[in-house]
Design a protein around this ligand. Structure first.
Ligand SMILES: Cc1ncc(COP(=O)(O)O)c(C=O)c1O
Length: 390
């Protein structure tokens, strides 16, 4: 029903992915598969909703209504089986911004905040930027590149560092895990036992494959719900990061009020009228689009996995359970950081995210982005094949 094969020229749209190669010291001919932004147009109902709101011509101060929050909860219940309370929601311009304000609101400078690397790099940056102490838990890959949490180390690091907040990435970018109920329960039990608040970043929840199901952390028990904040957004699922709208779900009133005060203190009080219009259309009129999108991306992932194992078997791709960001082990090439960068950027002419930026344990890996028309991914694979196999 939807044409995800269509290639658009996104240059000249203020696109971080396509318009800033020079500024970031990359060459214009590197194919960008780095930032987690899709090369698909937003679905028609969103485009129409933004048109309608701009046609009206009123861009004054806004207020988000109970119905807007209810629409978010209905989507989360329909897609992920858990009914949040609309009153739990605080709208923000983005998830990283929201995590930053929650850290400011609910911890003190010097407090320890733990993350599990390799992980989305702004987590570490926001902990450092808010002058909290960063504790780096490290995920362990098995021989197939499937990662898990070493719970003994996890608990030991919490007690030794007196950790106050754990930032959970669920599903996990970049290792592609969709955490199972037992794993989430262990995370939550350990955190509860030591008074650690869980900040669950669930922005990738709509991208899960095969038998995997996203389990909202707060859905596991009332204690987990009270001891956690959930962070999500339509920005990944509908490719609308530029419309600046995301949600915090905070069931505990005291914590919610503290976070709201921190958000308001930054001057963010009203949501953008275009973002709100897009959110309403996204969460009420686009279920079929998302179903087809996820299936298209899954086919891309399988295509890439097969291509690598047939033609470039020295590169081992972790089979993603979720997210659209394949994680590829390049360590068997025996190259150091500079050698791998030279290969990817200068020989293959690809712009990827080097694994080490997600934490030292990601050294020797590369993160791809499979949320693009198949022909772009085919081009990327061909470039890689020619760089390695001549
Ligand atoms: C795990 C995770 N959280 C948050 C974000 C970004 O969210 P936002 O653009 O709303 O700050 C990303 C983007 O890639 C992500 O992967």
């Amino acid at each position: 029903m939807f044409d995800f094969d269509k290639v658009y020229d996104r240059r000249g749209t203020n696109s971080l992915k396509w318009d800033c190669a020079k500024d970031r010291h990359h060459s214009e001919d590197e194919l960008p598969l780095w930032v987690a932004d899709m090369d698909f147009k937003a679905p028609e109902p969103i485009i129409k909703a933004v048109h309608d709101v701009t046609d009206k011509g009123f861009f004054g101060y806004t207020v988000d209504m109970h119905d807007d929050r209810k629409i978010v909860c209905d989507w989360l219940e329909r897609r992920h089986g858990y009914a949040y309370d609309p009153e739990d929601i605080i709208f923000t311009p983005g998830v990283v911004y929201a995590l930053t304000q929650a850290v400011i609101a609910l911890t003190e400078p010097g407090d320890a905040v733990m993350i599990s690397e390799p992980v989305y790099y702004p987590f570490g940056a926001l902990v450092n930027d808010t002058k909290r102490k960063l504790v780096r838990n490290v995920l362990q890959p098995d021989d197939d590149g499937r990662y898990s949490i070493d719970f003994d180390a996890f608990e030991k690091q919490i007690t030794e560092n007196d950790v106050k907040v754990y930032i959970l990435c669920s599903p996990h970018n970049p290792v592609g895990r969709v955490w199972g109920k037992e794993e989430l329960k262990k995370v939550g039990d350990i955190c509860l036992a030591h008074g650690v608040l869980v900040f669950s970043d669930e922005i990738h929840a709509d991208f899960v494959y095969e038998e995997n199901r996203h389990i909202p952390f707060a859905s596991i028990s009332p204690e987990f719900e009270a001891g956690s904040l959930t962070f999500t957004s339509p920005s990944k699922t509908f490719n609308i990061a530029g419309l600046q709208i995301a949600e915090i779900l905070a069931h505990d009133e005291k914590k919610r009020n503290a976070v709201r005060r921190a958000v308001n203190a930054t001057g963010y009080i009203e949501v953008p009228v275009t973002g709100l219009a897009a959110l309403r259309a996204a969460y009420t009129e686009c279920d079929e689009w998302v179903d087809e999108l996820v299936s298209y991306i899954y086919d891309n992932i399988i295509y890439m996995e097969k291509y690598l194992s047939d033609k470039i078997p020295i590169l081992k791709m972790t089979h993603p359970e979720g997210t659209y960001l394949p994680w590829v082990d390049c360590r068997a090439l025996g190259l150091d950081k500079r050698g791998l960068e030279e290969l990817i950027r200068n020989k293959a002419k690809l712009w990827l995210d080097a694994g080490y930026i997600f934490g030292e344990s990601g050294t020797g890996w590369q993160r791809f982005n499979a949320a693009c028309p198949r022909s772009i991914l085919e081009d990327a694979m061909l470039r890689l094949d020619q760089a390695l196999n001549g």
